[in-house]
Ligand binder design. Structure first.
Ligand SMILES: [Zn+2]
Ligand SMILES: [Zn+2]
Length: 432
């Protein structure tokens, strides 16, 4: 023991001497030795990290995967009012990391709805996007924002060639048909476009688990097949022992197919869940939560009190039922519980006292639109969208789990190291 201690002292002293010798010098004299050594040690010993930035773009999705040697964007959405925040956020980010040359290695657009494509052109103008990945669906509310990528002259705003991959679900199923019995069976689809990042000390693994469908899977109704949300790409990111899952806006039918396809694998067992469909009631199921057992869940939606059309408020995001599933199925606890705002969509307007829910489909209540609220106080609001009208009420939920939402706390950053250690940070908890 004594001999070991002596050896340790000798090694430490030698290290200090070497460090002192190697310490960089500047004109005013030598850098303080302890500072130089600490900086060197931290650069050498600190575990590489992935930071997932869930950017507050109002009602929509935009998440930046930051690795030591490159970045990938998943969705470039946002609402008309807040979408510009994405460009500003990335501009600030790149100014802090100039070695990345304002370049996105890849941008994955889960599906062509406007809240996922709003800022695609602006991103292409402001930064270099080396590759695009889309789901092969050529319609939807945000298709006009990405049409130039698919049907245009295949040049970006800087005149560089557009590199685009469209992922169909058939690609994944055909691949699996050929790798049955192999270790990579049902491990998702990889390519240079989907997974372009390989750093010196870490190689993240990015896979697309499902893509746009050409035929309705068994059991899907026509309306479910016609719904672009159900064609969203699900994206899984692995960084060391940490796993993150994005499901875009997959709704119940799409989630069911995803869980059934991968159900007997561990691939859906992840640490961070980017909550599907902005916390909508149809974007998270118990089966999915059971398969994932996430430690942390993050919802992207606009502020709960932004009471304009096409907002989380208008759509009822996040819905109380989804947040309850998250609360029950998210593993990590918060240091201190918080009270957050959720919505009850489809409250039965005829029997409010029952707190019963009508089906998710927006009820056609054209005659009732604009009638006074049901007298349940200031939390109850009526929202009208032309001829369609549905009832929304706001409620509060006490969260003891690590559930974060851009509409509650602004930008959310989750950092993970190779050992799978997680740390969550909200830009502002003052939004409540
Ligand atoms: Zn969406
Ligand atoms: Zn959508």
């Amino acid at each position: 023991m004594k001999r070991f201690t002596l050896l340790l002292l000798v090694v430490t002293a030698a290290g200090l001497w070497a460090c002192w010798q190697a310490a960089p010098r500047y004109q005013g004299g030598m850098l303080p030795r302890s500072v130089a050594c600490a900086a060197e040690a931290s650069a050498k010993n600190e575990s590489p990290k992935m930071v997932v930035h869930f950017i507050d773009v109002g009602q929509g999705d935009a998440a930046l995967l930051e690795f030591p040697c490159g970045v990938v964007l998943i969705d470039a959405g946002g609402d008309a009012k807040n979408g510009r925040k994405l460009v500003a956020y990335l501009a600030k980010f790149f100014s802090d990391r100039p070695n990345l040359n304002k370049t996105l290695k890849s941008a994955i657009v889960t599906h062509p709805h406007i809240d996922h494509t709003q800022m695609v052109k602006e991103i292409a103008e402001a930064f270099a996007v080396e590759r695009w990945v889309m789901n092969g669906q050529h319609h939807g509310s945000g298709w006009y924002k990405v049409r130039w990528l698919v049907e245009g002259e295949k040049k970006d705003p800087h005149g560089r060639p557009v590199v685009l991959q469209e992922v169909l679900n058939d690609d994944i199923e055909n691949l699996d048909a050929n790798r049955k019995g192999k270790p990579d069976y049902k491990s998702g689809l990889a390519s240079e476009n989907i997974d372009p990042v390989k750093c010196a000390r870490c190689d993240p693994i990015i896979r697309v688990l499902c893509g746009g469908r050409t035929d309705a899977p068994k059991g899907w109704k026509d309306t479910e097949f016609d719904n672009v949300n159900n064609h969203s790409m699900a994206v899984r990111v692995q960084f060391g022992k940490a796993m993150v899952l994005f499901t875009g806006d997959l709704e119940t039918a799409g989630i069911k197919s995803l869980v059934e396809y991968y159900g007997d694998q561990s691939i859906l067992d992840v640490d961070v869940y980017h909550v599907g469909h902005h916390g909508s009631r149809n974007g998270t199921t118990k089966e999915l939560m059971d398969a994932m057992t996430p430690k942390v869940s993050v919802i992207s939606m606009s502020r709960w009190d932004d009471n304009r059309p096409h907002t989380g408020w208008a759509y009822g995001h996040p819905h109380q039922d989804a947040v309850r599933l998250l609360e029950a199925g998210t593993i990590m606890a918060r240091p201190a519980e918080v009270v957050e705002k959720v919505f009850l969509k489809g409250l039965n307007p005829d029997k409010p006292e029952e707190q019963r829910y009508v089906p998710m489909t927006i009820k056609k209540l054209s005659q009732n639109c604009g009638t006074p609220a049901l007298g349940r106080g200031k939390d109850e609001k009526m929202h009208s969208r032309g001829r369609l009208c549905h009832k929304l009420a706001r409620s509060e939920i006490v969260s003891k789990k690590q559930i974060y939402a851009t509409g509650w706390g602004g930008d959310v950053r989750i950092s993970v190291d190779l050992a799978g250690r997680l740390n969550a940070e909200e830009a502002s908890a003052a939004n409540n």
